[in-house]
Ligand binder design. Structure first.
Ligand SMILES: C[S@@+](CC[C@H](N)C(=O)[O-])C[C@H]1O[C@@H](n2cnc3c(N)ncnc32)[C@H](O)[C@@H]1O
Length: 219
């Protein structure tokens, strides 16, 4: 019996991507254009298997009202928007006009632009300005890591019971368990992970997809 998670070698990663929902031209072109326009930042995009997983998850929970904190050039927002119905809504939060101008073009190409609203500005302000009442079916957290706990505290009251919160990079490329890693991003993730296990408003699991994806369900 296996009680642990496989170490994912590059070969195994290629294999699991090849045996997941195929990545279409829109996402392939978006990943390539992001790499060309913003080399050095393209690694911030979620990977193909995580995208497929998030689309499927949004479909599985019947999500209609979704919020994303950290949009960049749009890869994850397209995956989420594809998982909600045509009359569903995705609120995308980011601070960068330059990066999200690429997202806007690809939302048009993916034919999901009409279900996405982009709010430009510090996401904490955007979230605080929303009525503090249960609304969202699904939330995806993928912005500045030191901000995660603050985003969490704004998001949880705005999730409907049974709603799912996803948080990316919760393994910090393995640095969460390296005592020598003390930078603000790693510490922000550690604080966030510790906050979640002590939060009885949710049940959660940290999955080894990409750089760690935490799934939390509001009770
Ligand atoms: C890791 S990237 C998001 C990647 C995206 N989810 C994807 O899969 O392509 C993080 C994003 O968070 C945004 N960001 C950083 N600090 C922010 C803040 N205080 N408020 C809103 N967005 C922020 C950055 O501009 C950047 O686009």
């Amino acid at each position: 019996m296996t009680r642990s998670t496989e170490t994912i070698t590059p070969e195994l990663h290629s294999y699991l991507v090849a045996h997941s929902e195929p990545v279409d031209d829109v996402l392939t072109d978006l990943a390539a254009e992001t790499e060309r326009l913003f080399p050095g930042f393209a690694g911030m995009q979620i990977g193909p298997e995580q995208g497929a997983f998030m689309t499927l998850l949004a479909q599985a929970v019947g999500a209609r009202d979704v919020v994303e904190v950290g949009t960049f050039t749009g890869y994850s927002s397209i995956c989420l928007a594809r998982g909600i119905p045509a009359d569903g809504a995705l609120l995308a939060c980011d601070i960068s006009e330059e990066w999200t101008s690429v997202a806007r073009r690809y939302w048009e190409r993916a034919e999901v632009a009409d279900r996405i609203t982009l709010e430009l500005g510090p996401a904490l302000d955007t979230l605080r300005a929303l009525p503090r009442e249960p609304r969202f079916d699904l939330a995806f957290l993928d912005a500045d890591k030191p901000g995660y706990v603050g985003y969490w505290e704004e998001l949880v009251p705005r999730m409907r019971p049974g709603g799912l919160l996803l948080a990316d990079n919760t393994l910090s490329h393995g640095r969460v368990v390296d005592p020598a890693s003390t930078d603000a991003s790693v510490q922000g993730i550690r604080d966030f992970n510790d906050r979640l296990v002590a939060d009885d408003r949710v049940s959660q699991v940290l999955l080894p997809i990409g750089d760690g994806l935490t799934l939390a369900r509001k009770r």
